[in-house]
Design a protein. Structure first.
Length: 227
């Protein structure tokens, strides 16, 4: 049977920090059992800051390296909300690249790493793709328009799970989104409950909250998760 595809979508896997470190660790831990891909919106360096396992595929959408000659000037993004700091780095050109990438993801699981990417994925990704948002900052620091984007995606049945940073954050997200029938846990966080196709995971810490590795394999149980 073909391996299930698990993708992570980040602003830039090349940027040092908690998001890149966490995503790299999770991707590497899943690489032996799953077809793993990291989709980085921007490329700013020649190689990721944190090494990726040999089996992890890395895809860049826009090359912003100095001297690359490929950075395009165009009007500001219409898809990334202005309340997100990512908006200033995006344009109509990156909107196009993002939508093209999302529409090519027919099956498997996509894990986004910020509400604005989750909202765009919920709007443009095929309905056969399982969508999960993994939060990397506290819920009370997210601007209200970005939270509303998550709420809309959930209301439309397009966001299947959300991983909060802490138990308090999980409580805040549940107050916003409402409780449903099941939940999943990742690191010290909690997947937001959902009646959507089940994706199970269990994790234990390897150090800081920014670097977790899987101890029990990711177990997609829905036909939507199979390629």
């Amino acid at each position: 049977m073909p391996k299930t595809v698990v993708r992570f979508m980040v602003r830039s896997i090349d940027a040092p920090g908690g998001v890149a470190r966490s995503v790299s660790a999770l991707a590497n831990g899943l690489a032996d059992s799953y077809q793993v891909e990291v989709v980085s919106l921007f490329r700013r360096r020649d190689a990721p800051v944190y090494p990726l396992a040999e089996g992890v595929r890395l895809t860049y959408l826009a090359d912003h390296r100095a001297g690359s000659g490929r950075r395009r000037r165009s009007p500001r993004s219409r898809l990334i909300h202005p309340a997100d700091t990512l908006h200033a780095a995006c344009s109509l050109w990156t909107d196009l690249l993002l939508v093209r990438a999302l529409r090519s993801m027919r099956t498997g699981v996509l894990v986004t790493t910020r509400p604005s990417l989750a909202a765009v994925a919920a709007r443009f990704a095929p309905s056969t793709l399982v969508l999960i948002d993994q939060e990397h900052i506290n819920a009370d620091t997210r601007p209200e328009p970005l939270k509303e984007g998550i709420r809309t995606a959930v209301a439309r049945g397009r966001l299947h799970g959300l991983a909060a940073l802490t138990d308090r954050d999980r409580s805040d997200w549940c107050d916003l989104l409402g409780e449903t029938s099941w939940r999943l846990s990742v690191a010290g966080s909690r997947w937001w409950p959902s009646t959507a196709p089940a994706v199970r995971a269990s994790w234990s810490p390897t150090g800081s909250t920014a670097s977790w590795s899987p101890t029990v394999s990711w177990l997609p149980t829905s036909p939507h998760c199979r390629r």
